[in-house]
Design a protein. Structure first.
Length: 235
């Protein structure tokens, strides 16, 4: 990371986290519904095929592509709903899901590209992966809110996060470490005799991470746009 490890005035981890907590409590039912969608394919296949450990592995393998798309779709809808709240409008699930549906191809492409870049970064001595996360932290909000293209979304994120990547790194740790702990705890529930219980725990951790991350990235996106005075005309 090239910027200095100092919180830039106007952007504070505490205020962003507090805003995220308020929005999560205010919109909890919608966040749960939207971010539970990616869990449905794996759970459905597991229920239909039985509850053996082998069946659970097969369920994850078969449902993985669908679940990835649903994760991106749910995050897109959550992002737009959160952004509407920040603009003083209600969290309208119909509007949010419709927008996520119509932008799903470019939204999915953006999410997958970010994932590939971060994965390659982690493979290259780990640190570049962390840098990529901070640089591309608001790529999905840029994509669905400002309707930027695939590459444009990444460029827009790099522009907005420039100078603010250390506080964004702090927010990433703030959300990731607790969820990792929860995931490790629930992973121990799957002792081979009841994979459904273990799967439910893992899916709960994924749901929590997906919802909180979408809310946080949206708040950061909105704050950074205001701080930098950098607005792209919305379509």
């Amino acid at each position: 990371m090239v910027d200095t490890p100092v919180l830039v005035p106007g952007f504070r981890i505490g205020s962003v986290a507090a805003s995220a907590g308020q929005i999560c409590l205010r919109s909890l039912p919608w966040l749960l519904v939207l971010n539970a969608l990616p869990s449905l394919p794996a759970l459905l296949i597991l229920i239909l095929t039985g509850d053996s450990a082998q069946s659970a592995s097969t369920a994850y393998l078969i449902s993985l592509p669908i679940s990835i798309i649903l994760v991106i779709f749910a995050q897109g809808a959550t992002i737009l709903g959160t952004f509407r709240l920040l603009q003083g409008e209600p969290f309208n699930v119909a509007i949010s899901t419709r927008a996520a549906w119509w932008t799903l191809p470019v939204l999915t492409g953006t999410g997958l590209l970010v994932g590939v870049i971060v994965t390659l970064g982690f493979a290259a001595l780990f640190v570049p992966g962390l840098m990529a996360i901070c640089v591309l932290y608001v790529a999905l909000p840029a994509c669905i809110v400002e309707r930027t293209g695939l590459v444009e979304s990444l460029e827009r994120s790099a522009e907005l996060t420039d100078g603010y990547r250390w506080p964004l790194f702090g927010l990433f740790l703030l959300t990731t470490l607790p969820v990792m702990a929860l995931s490790a705890l629930t992973d121990g529930l799957d002792d081979g005799s009841s994979p459904l219980l273990g799967m439910l725990g893992q899916e709960a951790a994924t749901l929590l991470y997906s919802a909180v991350t979408a809310v946080l990235t949206t708040i950061c996106f909105d704050h950074l746009r205001r701080i930098k005075g950098s607005f792209v005309m919305l379509h």
